[in-house]
Design a protein around this ligand. Sequence first.
Ligand code: CAA
Length: 379
Amino acid sequence: MNFQLTEEQILIQKTAREFADTELAPGVVERDDKKIWPKEGVAKMAALGFMGMMTNSKWNGEGMDTISYTIAMEEISRVEASAGVVMSVNNSLVCYLLEKFASDHIKEKYLKVLASGNQLGAFSLSEPQSGSDASNMKTTAQKKGDHYLISGIKNWVTSGINSDYVILFAVTEKGVGYKGVSCFIVEKGYTGFEMGKPENKLGIRASDTCELYFDSVKVPAENLIGKEGEGFKIALATLDGGRIGIAAQALGIAQASLNASVSYSKERIQFGKPISTHQAIQFKIADMAMEIEAARLLVWQAAWKKDQKQQYGHFSSMAKVFASEVAMRASTQCVQIHGGFGFMRESGIERLMRDAKITQIYEGTSEIQRVVIARSIIK
Ligand code: CAA
């Protein structure tokens, strides 16, 4: 067993840390408050190679391992979780899915521009009536010769507005449950494809989330990913990896909460001494630090298992559910340590708590992660 990061991983950590602190930190509170998408930050992340980190260089990616990706995700999300989710979706839901399941034609046409970060992807699975029960979707794709006609409504789509392409799941055969779900890549410019307004969210407010509307959208048959009926398994296999990215995002939020708590408690004087010298505060900091270390080990273990091509689905669920709950507890205690100041929008502290909440919900709720874990243990 070796807990030492490689030289390359240490360099990625340093690069991501410095980039986040110098380029993402300025304006982060305002972007959250006013729902301003981090356009410059995302462009710079693309230039650093952070938008297709695990994709092979043949397809314009960086060919790095999953541990490197989680390290970069943690550092970006430590400063701006909204930028973190844009990075996570493009890397682990879009580029990974295309590299693993799409034809060379699709990889040539779409993966190359997506992995380089020159264009951006979204992943659209959920619908108003099918969130956790993901295969219960109503969007249909009817084969008509050399194309499909897609109709339906999708919701809660991260990067739905700012993306150029969408990985879309739709029913090609009704009445056979998940076996009738297929996967497509759809271009924004296709006739009949409209976006809803940006949602007004509790957290990760600088990222965009919207509904997508498909009204008989003509999609070339060659944009089918995998075979008809394979879509649901493609979605679940992709989410196995996606959940490692969200776990790393949660870890970043938790680490930011600890860092802010330590520095504030050393400065804040109450009863004649820094509050860091009061045991009530020390115990909170000790619990945060302990839980963060445990979460990081789970995140790195899931990433390592993926890199080793071992079964990792339930390990990524363990990492996500644990890290997201740690992020929620750490950020709540961080607000508590900051007291009245932490409750103010301008402090940037309460944002950590709002951002943490979504990590317990998207890419599968904590309840669904527990279902995945329990099924793998009990089977
Ligand atoms: N990989 C590949 N195949 C898998 C799989 C996996 N991880 N897990 C299950 N399967 C297979 C099963 O073996 C089964 O196939 P067979 O019949 O051949 O054995 C098939 O898929 C169906 O599996 P289940 O019967 O287990 O399906 P289910 O309906 O009970 O659902 C679930 C399982 C775990 C609840 C699943 O629906 C799920 O994960 N739901 C949550 C959905 C989710 O995470 N949504 C996130 C939206 S995307 C998002 O949030 C992105 C963003 O914006 C950031």
